[in-house]
Design a protein around this ligand. Structure first.
Ligand code: ZN
Length: 227
């Protein structure tokens, strides 16, 4: 598995400093479970933040070069780190065996099991979802299953959206997102991610609440009604 789309520095910094609410944290933590490169970035960030904190406690002056050093440590190319960190698989897993361990922790605990035990609710046109309950009123968290070759049902939302691919893949513009890839989008981005033709795509989608659910359904049936 090669992950090409990682957590941005700003988002990882918010996560490290405990500034993310539960929904966003769940997406970041689940990417971290799949991505050794970002786990190293997080370690470096926490180490650098700890060193700065020690200086503040010791009342030593924090200089510009301290910040430069911190930035240098966290700005390592995540892709490059991942390439070094990941070993080639010992044996290629047979395709149907993918259901073993598709959903990593901490997401698995939220869902109460892996993909083979999930109770999907149909959204129509072959798409399914599961609403994931959190104690976070800021976000809506859902697991989506998008049929191969179909667009991800578009949801109108304000603000940030995080989409983490767990199985299959989707294209958004020129970018391909596969297992482990995290897409960060904001409300300004009008996009139509589309599952690739080879298999259904399962992804975790976190959006800012409230989700305009009716628009979502309307967009889903647009191709049928040709509107
Ligand atoms: Zn990563």
């Amino acid at each position: 598995m090669t992950i090409n789309h990682h957590i941005s520095d700003a988002l990882l910094m918010d996560y490290a400093s405990g500034n993310l609410s539960e929904g966003w944290s769940l997406a970041v933590a689940t990417h971290l479970a799949l991505c050794p490169g970002c786990r190293r970035r997080l370690d470096a960030m926490e180490g650098a933040a700890g060193a700065l904190f020690d200086k503040l406690i010791a009342r030593e002056p924090v200089t510009g070069s301290d910040w430069e050093k911190m930035k240098a440590r966290i700005a390592c190319e995540p892709g490059a780190v991942t390439a070094v960190a990941e070993k080639p698989p010992v044996a290629a897993a047979p395709k149907p065996a993918r259901s073993a361990g598709v959903i990593p922790e901490p997401l698995r605990s939220y869902l109460g099991g892996d993909v083979d035990t999930l109770k999907w609710r149909a959204l129509g046109r072959g798409a399914y979802q599961i609403r994931i309950e959190t104690g976070d009123p800021e976000t809506q968290v859902r697991l989506l299953k998008i049929p191969a070759g179909r667009p991800v049902p578009e949801h109108t939302h304000e603000g940030r959206e995080l989409t983490l691919v767990l199985s299959g893949s989707f294209r958004d513009g020129n970018d391909l997102f596969a297992r482990g890839d995290l897409e960060e989008a904001d409300g300004d981005l009008l996009h139509t991610p589309t599952a690739t033709e080879d298999e259904d795509c399962i992804c975790l989608a976190v959006t800012e609440a409230p989700l305009k659910f009716s628009s979502w359904i309307v967009r889903l049936i647009q191709p049928v009604l040709k509107i």
